[in-house]
Design a protein around this ligand. Sequence first.
Ligand SMILES: Cc1cc2nc3c(=O)[nH]c(=O)nc-3n(C[C@H](O)[C@H](O)[C@H](O)COP(=O)(O)OP(=O)(O)OC[C@H]3O[C@@H](n4cnc5c(N)ncnc54)[C@H](O)[C@@H]3O)c2cc1C
Length: 550
Amino acid sequence: MIHEEAPVLIVGGGIVGLSAALFLLHQDVPPLLVERHSGTSIHPRARGTNGRTTEIYREVGLDEKIRVAGEALAPALGWLTGETLVGAANWTVERWQQMQQHNFAFGGKDMGTLSPVSGARCTQDLLEPLLLEAVRERGGDVRFYTELVSFEQDDAGITALIRDRATGEERTVRAQYMIAADGARALIRKQLGIATNGQGSQGHLLNILFHADLSEMVRGREFSACIIERPERRGLITSINNTDRWVFHLTYDPARGETPDDFPPERCLELIRDAIGLPELEIQIQSILPWEAAVRVAETFQQGRVFLAGDAAHQMPPWGGKGANSGIADVHNLAWKLAAVLKGRAAPALLQTYDVERRPVGYEAAVESGGMSGKGGLPDGNMFLFQAAQKGFTNDLAAIFVRVFGFGYEYASTAIIPEEGPALTVAPGTPDGHPGTRVPHVWIERQGQRISTLDLFGRDFVLLSGPEGAAWCEAARSIAARSNLNLVAYRVGPAGDVQDTDNKWQSQAGIQTDGAILVRPDGFVAWRSQVGTSQPEQQLEMVLKQILMQ
Ligand SMILES: Cc1cc2nc3c(=O)[nH]c(=O)nc-3n(C[C@H](O)[C@H](O)[C@H](O)COP(=O)(O)OP(=O)(O)OC[C@H]3O[C@@H](n4cnc5c(N)ncnc54)[C@H](O)[C@@H]3O)c2cc1C
């Protein structure tokens, strides 16, 4: 049998596994990814990257490509409800125009002072090929139609058996770590005996992808989703490209003896015509995918050398748009830590902070998403519209940013050094420079080019000081020169390495002119010194040792 080696084995080539491969390659770690299907997802599934995810993809140069790929869907906003789409309540042009004004979630609106990007509409069937292309451009080893058959772990690594489903050929792979991005069925998690928390199943649905030309009907009043509310059956129509691609989510009830087989294409066709309210409409059904709306969060995201990520770690109904987004943030958190350990820059104990940091975030997202489900697992119309009204139709951009765009959390672990002093008065996750939060975005100038502070992160630890913080920068450079740490430093100010053209950095970062913050490769503030100190090198070294557990 052929034997091969890889630093990291990724199981699952869905949106999370492909993102994991990309982020590891960005850290110069070449993983091996196996995916049992023959290609990327044919179903649209997730329909957007939230603000934080778009920032993450900006690090690897994909944000603009994603926006362009999802352009056709971008104007779709707002939830309708009615007995048919044609008769859906509130489907007026005025309402559409009102919603468009607030379409910073996915519509490409400028997020102003909060982020260099906004969320982007893009369905998974369009996004995954972009990830795959980026992975392959960087030399990534992605093997489709190849499955993990079994694995064992010992103190030094993982031994996995993989099989090429086309030829039947089996190989063993010896990897130092394994990422289980194997989706909601989560066979690896089950094999490891990791239990889950959460309310479990909320309902069973069929995801019916269909082709029907509704372009005339929706032009100028595009909608995101329409809940079809009938006494006998609930359904949901979601827009995929605002013209001829749509998905109908249909509930079925195993408790009443129903199975997906009870819904052959001919029956689905009739149900969709009824739901739209056009009995003569020409429709082609392209694919039917059964799925379960459920809340299940693994009790731990790590067991030894195996890390759970994405739906394998936290299954949640998609109504909050958090499923894929949470999984992408998982592997973004994990990739730099794996790289640091594999390159000998951090002790393996750093990896334990993955579970400590990501599990509470995954749990909260899953429970919140579960709270949006109504009967049969479809969204609760009243609840959802109520929440949208709270979150979406307010002008308080900062509140929206923190709550729904993937920023409403911060990390607390040994890889973050908390600040002493009075309790914070800002909402959790508000980017004001305090340790554990995503570093504030400020427009700055580097070598005559306007960039965001966020453009400085992604690969290295970065120290950013105020205009009189040269001593911090020298300390960081001295440590980098005599260690293998990937640490870079910038003095932000008029005569600094980067210019604070809008004069916002210090107030946003919460530092004095001689203060500094240290940012992890994932863009989260690890430590902050609001002022200068007499022994910056000593202090910075201590901080880094603590974070990297060396
Ligand atoms: C209808 C629907 C709508 C959604 N809408 C949204 C949304 O708007 N926003 C959002 O954020 N999320 C949404 N989601 C959720 C989102 O699709 C999932 O959270 C996301 O796909 C999870 O990605 P993943 O990579 O973890 O899992 P998956 O995409 O399920 O990928 C797992 C992969 O692992 C592979 N695999 C499994 N076992 C093996 C093995 N032994 N060997 C090799 N490969 C294996 C599978 O073939 C699969 O391709 C939606 C989901 C659904 C079903």
